[in-house]
Structure formats: structure tokens, C-alpha cells
Design a protein around this ligand. Structure first.
Ligand code: COA
Length: 746
């Protein structure tokens, strides 16, 4: 239905009617085109074509070049609506003789973050990538892609169907599908190797990491870089193509099959991926597709890719990773907290120049903050600075930082012995030893030193933040920022909200996490917060199993087979058994016995395992096994035998059980926050979603029965969880559970 006639100047209206009718007729002849086309001539005599009901694109035609601006904020996900409109434009262009070339662009938005991941959980509807490909095939006109900010996944696949690609110099291009348990399923595994060769295509797609515009140009992925104005560069490029006397527009998909790098190339890669990507399905499917690109004709290759993609997208792994993608982003949406409330932070103080303090300092420096790091021990000041410098040098060596950037980064660092030097900082993060009296002293001092706007943060991994906040006159500005070691590497950041922490302080913590490219999850105050509290419960069941005859290597093997990055015994040895004892002072256990025998873990070359000096590989230890057996005997515990599946079930149930209590107490806003913490901080296999997501896959009634069975063995460890009954009664999945805060209730 035609609802309006566009044209700023009425003088052009009459002359336009004829053109309008002709074009309208053409449009109605195009199958599946839902839009109505209206034409107008603007005062500059340029064609301006607008499709009514085009919500996701805008078109401008000038001198026969149609610029199509994709507009689906925030990231131009290729959702059904946008896909249908792109297809409609492509099919329209085939019959519109005023259009001689097409340039796909964006105004300010990124080119595209790829397929709309939200649509992956239901049946796929509307036009797809193969439809784009066929529509481009049917065009006897050059199609040029102008890539701003990024073209990822399906966004890049769409670009690779086109005849030419031009990227802004700051743009990044990538195929991150493996991070969602998928492969590029929209022609990408066939086009990328044809453009850049098999080896480069494989390493780009298997890492999921985007490449810069410069690298893309060097590898042949794009045809040109726009140094400044992307749009005019694309239009000039299109004009040059039209000016050529010979026209042949060839999609990369029609290039010959790419060459195989060597006779045993794919065999070697398969062996490498089998070892490197244990538990992950997508990398091997990707390899199979890239291999197919070297031998199959294009249509058969595309069908092969489709089959692989469909098998992956309907599987549990992709469901778990997709859930993880949204869970991670949901974590930054905290009820009652808006990110625009965040205060601006530019200079940060870090109290403590040990491993954690230095790691936090590096993380901050890398993202452009100025840092004042306070190390009270005069002998450790130089050590702290050297440690930071060495880490920065490593980044330069690895090509992650230029030498000149590293110099300006270090110029923003001050390492000092005087706490008074943090007086001008916008935020101060305390990262000293886990001793409450020491932390209270430091917070009192900071409170009197710092400006009223300064946020005071503690990196405590489990002490009571409310007690720390109460030591200051600004408890609403006190927050926990629990970094994980090594702090410049690990992405998880538990943001601890005290009883009176303000929304503004929380928003600042969340914004800081985003600036540091970390995954911030807001948690409430309880011993160990979320991650460590759950790991204590998990670890108590590890001890339970050890005392009943399981060997550390059996437990670690079972857990690693499930997909954990590391088994609990090796992990405890790495972090130090003495740390565990320190964190659980009241409770005497097997671990105290090991520590008293000098077995603190890797640091003493003896823990659950033995270690050779300077090496981190755990070796089974007859000494540790003997100590465990003696402890069990003295506690009158009878040995039993357990299968790997029973071990894994018990340990997962321990995590889920504690997670349910955490939800009951309202320590997190939602179940998915627990999963985000576990996947990004504790090595839970990403393709299994997280413990709470896994509970749904187990079946909540099965879980309830299992917990009752464990309770019948040891009531104290497996207390009742009424919340589980409520969730089962509601018929809703646990991983979607949201905590209703008292404010929301009222
Ligand atoms: N489909 C649907 N939604 C998407 C999306 C996609 N492909 N990519 C991003 N989004 C959404 C996010 O969920 C988020 O929504 P929210 O604001 O409601 O939380 C919003 O877009 C912004 O994303 P965010 O990740 O917070 O922004 P960013 O600027 O930090 O990162 C990207 C942007 C594109 C780099 C990042 O979102 C990303 O990697 N997306 C996935 C890309 C991908 O895997 N594409 C292939 C799909 S098969």
C-alpha cells in the first residue's frame, strides 16, 4: 500500500508520477517483496529510492550506484526482518535498470555481528544466506561491501559472497561461530578458503578471532582499505568497476577449489585438533568443511556445509554455548542499576604489589588507566615494578602491544611505598593478604586520605564486605572487586555488593569490568561469595570420595573427561592446600593433615600428587595416598568403589546444591549468573552451559531424587532445598530462574 510520496520539493512531484508508476509495477512483479517502492527526485537531481515498510535498510541511489545502509541496532544482527529486506533489495536490483552497482554499508553502526543468535533456538524462518548468494548470482551488477567496525560470522559470510570488499582501516573481520559451538553455515567455509587459502582460512575460523583490516588486505580477504571516508571510497570503487570496458563480476564462491597445502595436511590437522579441542565438536566439523572446499564442486560443498551446520546447531553443545553467550551479557543487567550512572574512572590505586596487585595493575594499564600501585615492603617495590615490566615486555614480544605503546603504558604506572599517593585516584582497589584486621586498617586510612567521590574496592575472595565497608564513612562507595588470578588474563570479575553499596557504585564496577574486557557478575555478601562458596562444597565431596578410596588421579580423570579444564586435586595443588586450610580455619579435615605433613601442593612439590622441582606435571604419590588411607582408617571410613560417572554426578550435584542455596538466599540476581561465574572463573566446560543449565539437562526431578539419596547418607552436607521443589512445581527450567528482590516484591 502506498502511503506517502517522498520529495522535499513539490516542483518535482508531477514529473515523478510516471517514473513512480513504472517502478511500482516492477516491484509488484518481484516475488516475496513485501515493500512498496516510492521514488522521488531531490533538488540535486539524484535518485532517491525509499522502500516503505523497510525497517532495517535504507537505500539511496546516485549516478546508478545504490547504497544500501543496513540498520538493525545495536549490532546489525542479520535477523529475519533484515535478511528478508536484503533479499528483497537484491532481487529488486536485478530488474531495476537505474541501478548499475550496489554498495552495502552502514551509517554509524557496525557492518554486522552476523546471524541473530536469538533465532537459533527456534525454527529458522525467512530468507537465508543461500538466497542472498542466488540473488547475487542473478545480478549482472557489481556488489561491493563497505565494512565499518566489524563484519563477523554471517556478516562476513555475506561480504564474502559479494564481488568486492572494502573495509575501514579500524574494522575487524572474523568468523566467531566456533565460540558458539557452530561452524559458519552460510557459505563461509566455502568462500573463505577460496579467498585466503586453506591454512589461513582454517586458523582464522578455528580460533574465532577477528583479523584487522590490514591483515585482511594482506591475506586477500578484502580488496581495499578506506583510510578515512568509507562511503566515498566504496562509491569511487564502484564507479571504477562500471568504467571498465570489460565486465565480469565473479563471486569468490565461483573461484576454483583452493589448493591442499600438503598431502597429509588434513590428517595432521585432525590429530592436532583431536588433542587440542577435546570435548568440542565444531573444530572437527569445520576441518571437514574446509577439506570439502578443496575437492567438492561448489553446490555440493555448500550442501555439505549445511548438513554439518544443522547437526551442530540442533545439538546440546551449541545450546550450552548459546545460552552462555546471552548469560554473560545478561549478567551486566542488574535490576535497579543503570550503566549510565557509572562514575568516570581514569586513575586507579592498587594497594599491594604482590601477584594479585601486580596482575590487577597490568589489567588496568593495558586498558588505558593510570595506576598508582602501593607496596609497603621496601624490598618488594622494585620487584613489583620489574614484574609488571616483564609482563608488558611479554605482550610486546607476542605482538599484542607495540614498543611505543608499551612505553606510554609504563609511563602511566607509579609504584610507591606511600599509601598517601593514591589520594587523587578515582577508585582504589585493595589487594593485600586475606586478613580482616589488615583490611580494616587500610580502608580506614583510605577513607581519610581519598576524595569524597573515590570508590574504595576490596579484592577479597570471601571476607565480609559489610564489615570492611563499616570501617569507612562512605559504606555506599565500598564494593568488592574479586579478580581471579592471573588478574590480567582471567576474564571473570565478581563484583560484590554490600548491604549499602549504592547503585552508582555498582554501575561503576560494572562499567569498569566492561572497560577491562572482563565479565562482571554482581554477587551478594556471603563466605566465599559465589564461586569459592560453591568450590568449597565441591571440594568437600572430593575429600569424601578420597576418604572412600578414590585416588586423586581417578577423580581428576573423571572430571576432565566431563570437560573441566582441570581436575580438583591438581587444581588444589596448584592454588595451594595451605590456602584452603586458611580459608576454612574452623573445620579440621584431611587437608590439614596433608598440610601438616608439608604437602601444600605445587609450591612444596608435594600435595595430592608429587612434583619434580620446576615442573607442574602431577605424579601419583604413594605418600599422599598413604596419608589419605590412614586418615580414613582413623575416622573408621570404609572403602567403596565408584565409577567415573558416579564421581562426576556427585561433584556436579554438590555444585548445583550449593547454587540452589545461593539462589534461595538471593546472593545473585539469576541462575544464569552462577553459570557465568562457573564457566569463566572455574573451568566448567563452556559447551555444557554451567552447573545450573546442566541441572536442567539432568532433569530437575532426577536431581531432586539424587539429592535425597545423598541426604540419606549425610544429612548435614545435603540440606533440603525448598526452592528446588518450587521450581519443579512451576514447570520452568532452573537456568531461567530469576530472584525477586524484596524491593521488586513490594
Ligand atoms: N545476535 C543477536 N544479538 C547479538 C549478537 C548476535 N549475533 N551479537 C550481539 N548481540 C547483542 C548482545 O546480546 C547484546 O544485547 P544486550 O544489550 O541486550 O545485552 C548487544 O547485542 C550488544 O552486544 P555486546 O556483546 O554487549 O557488545 P560488544 O560491543 O561488547 O560486542 C560483538 C559486540 C558483536 C563483538 C559481540 O556481541 C559478539 O561477539 N557477538 C557475537 C558475534 C557472533 O558470534 N556472530 C556469529 C553468529 S553465528
Amino acid at each position: 500500500m502506498v502511503t506517502s510520496f517522498l520529495g522535499d520539493d513539490k516542483r518535482y512531484a508531477d514529473g515523478l508520477v510516471a517514473v513512480f508508476i513504472i517502478r511500482l509495477c516492477a516491484v509488484f512483479m518481484i516475488k516475496n517483496l513485501h515493500a512498496v517502492v516510492i521514488c522521488a527526485i531531490d533538488p540535486a537531481h539524484d535518485w532517491k529510492l525509499t522502500m516503505l515498510d523497510l525497517h532495517y535498510c535504507e537505500i539511496r541511489i546516485q549516478d546508478g550506484i545504490a547504497c544500501i545502509y543496513l540498520n538493525n541496532p545495536p549490532v546489525n544482527a542479520l535477523s529475519e526482518g533484515l535478511r528478508n529486506e536484503i533479499h528483497a533489495v537484491l532481487t529488486h536490483a536485478a530488474t531495476d535498470h537505474t541501478i548499475r552497482a550496489l554498495v552495502f554499508l552502514t551509517h554509524d553502526l557496525p557492518f554486522s555481528a552476523g546471524a541473530d543468535i536469538k533465532e537459533f533456538s527456534g525454527p529458522m524462518k525467512g530468507k537465508f544466506f543461500l538466497d542472498f548468494y542466488q540473488a547475487i548470482e542473478a545480478l549482472d551488477k557489481p556488489v561491493i561491501m563497505g565494512i565499518r567496525q566489524y563484519a563477523l560470522g554471517g556478516g562476513l559470510e555475506f561480504c564474502m559472497m559479494a564481488h568486492y570488499r572494502i573495509a575501514h582501516r579500524d574494522a575487524r573481520l572474523g568468523l566467531p561461530e566456533v565460540k558458539l559451538g557452530l561452524i559458519p553455515g552460510g557459505t563461509g567455509t566455502m568462500s573463505l578458503p577460496r579467498l585466503v587459502g586453506v591454512d589461513a582460512a582454517l586458523s582464522m575460523a578455528v580460533s574465532g578471532q577477528p583479523v584487522s583490516a590490514q591483515s585482511a588486505l594482506e591475506m586477500g580477504l578484502i580488496d581495499a582499505i578506506a583510510a578515512s571516508d568509507l562511503e566515498s571510497t566504496c562509491i569511487e570503487f564502484a564507479q571504477k568497476q562500471l568504467d571498465k570496458s570489460e565486465h565480469q563480476w565473479l563471486s569468490p564462491l565461483h573461484r576454483p577449489n583452493p589448493a591442499v597445502p600438503s598431502a597429509d595436511y588434513f590428517q595432521k590437522k585432525k590429530a592436532e585438533y583431536d588433542a587440542q579441542f577435546q570435548g568440542f565438536k565444531a573444530p572437527l566439523r569445520l576441518l571437514a568443511c574446509i577439506e570439502a572446499s578443496t575437492s567438492l564442486p561448489i553446490d555440493a560443498g555448500l550442501r555439505f556445509e549445511q548438513t554439518q551446520f544443522m547437526e551442530l546447531i540442533t545439538g546440546d553443545d551449541a545450546a550450552g554455548m548459546r545460552y552462555g553467550f546471552f548469560a554473560q551479557r545478561l549478567a551486566s543487567h542488574v535490576p535497579g542499576v543503570r550503566l549510565d550512572q557509572a562514575l568516570t574512572i581514569s586513575q586507579v590505586g592498587v594497594i599491594g604489589g604482590g601477584l594479585m596487585g601486580a596482575g590487577i595493575s597490568i589489567a588496568l594499564l593495558m586498558k588505558g588507566f593510570s595506576v598508582v600501585c602501593v607496596e609497603a615492603d621496601p624490598e618488594r617495590v622494585a620487584h613489583c615494578r620489574t614484574g609488571i615490566e616483564q609482563q608488558v615486555a611479554k605482550s610486546v614480544h607476542a605482538g599484542k602491544l607495540t614498543l611505543s605503546d608499551s612505553k606510554s603504558l609504563l609511563a602511566r604506572l607509579q609504584v610507591t611505598q606511600s599509601i598517601a599517593d593514591v589520594a587523587q585516584c578515582d577508585c582504589v582497589i585493595e589487594a593485600v593478604f586475606e586478613k580482616m584486621s589488615l583490611k580494616l586498617e587500610i580502608f580506614k586510612e583510605l577513607d581519610s586520605l581519598c576524595a569524597p567521590h573515590t570508590i574504595l574496592a576490596s579484592n577479597t575472595s570471601g571476607l565480609d564486605l559489610n564489615t570492611i565497608a563499616a570501617a569507612t564513612q562512605r559504606p555506599e562507595k565500598v564494593i568488592g572487586l574479586h579478580f581471579f588470578s592471573p588478574a590480567h588474563v582471567m576474564r571473570l570479575l565478581e563484583i560484590v555488593r554490600g548491604q549499602v553499596t549504592s547503585a552508582e557504585t555498582l554501575a561503576t564496577g560494572l562499567a569498569l569490568a566492561k572497560q577491562l574486557k572482563k565479565i562482571g557478575v554482581v554477587v551478594g555478601v556471603c563466605p566465599g561469595f559465589v564461586g569459592n562458596r560453591m568450590i568449597f562444597k565441591y571440594f568437600s565431596q572430593v575429600v569424601w570420595l578420597l576418604l572412600r578410596g578414590c585416588k586423586p588421579q581417578q577423580i581428576d580423570h573423571a572430571v576432565q573427561q566431563f570437560g573441566f579444564a582441570m581436575g580438583p586435586c591438581a587444581m588444589a595443588d596448584m592454588s595451594g592446600l595451605d590456602i584452603w586450610v586458611h580459608a576454612n580455619p574452623g573445620e579440621r579435615s584431611l587437608i590439614h593433615t596433608l598440610v601438616e605433613a608439608g604437602r601444600c601442593g605445587q609450591k612444596t612439590q608435594a600435595g595430592f600428587y608429587d612434583y619434580t622441582k620446576g615442573k607442574k606435571t602431577p605424579q601419583p604419590s604413594s605418600v599422599a595416598d598413604g596419608l589419605i588411607t590412614d586418615y580414613a582408617r582413623s575416622s573408621a571410613i570404609q572403602p567403596q568403589s565408584f565409577t567415573d560417572a558416579e564421581i562426576v554426578k556427585r561433584l556436579l550435584c554438590a555444585l548445583i546444591h550449593e547454587g540452589l542455596h545461593i539462589l534461595e538466599e538471593g546472593i545473585v540476581s539469576r541462575a544464569s549468573d552462577i553459570d557465568t561465574i562457573y564457566v569463566h572463573g572455574y573451568g566448567f566446560p563452556i559447551y555444557r552451559g554451567g552447573p545450573m543449565f546442566y541441572a536442567d539437562q539432568m532433569g530437575l526431578s532426577v536431581l531432586r531424587d539424587q539429592l535425597s539419596h545423598y541426604r540419606s547418607e549425610a544429612e548435614a552436607s545435603w540440606s533440603e532445598v525448598p526452592l528446588l521443589d518450587e521450581i519443579i512445581a512451576s514447570g520452568k527450567p532452573l537456568h531461567k530462574f530469576q530472584v525477586v528482590s524484596p524491593e521488586q516484591k513490594s
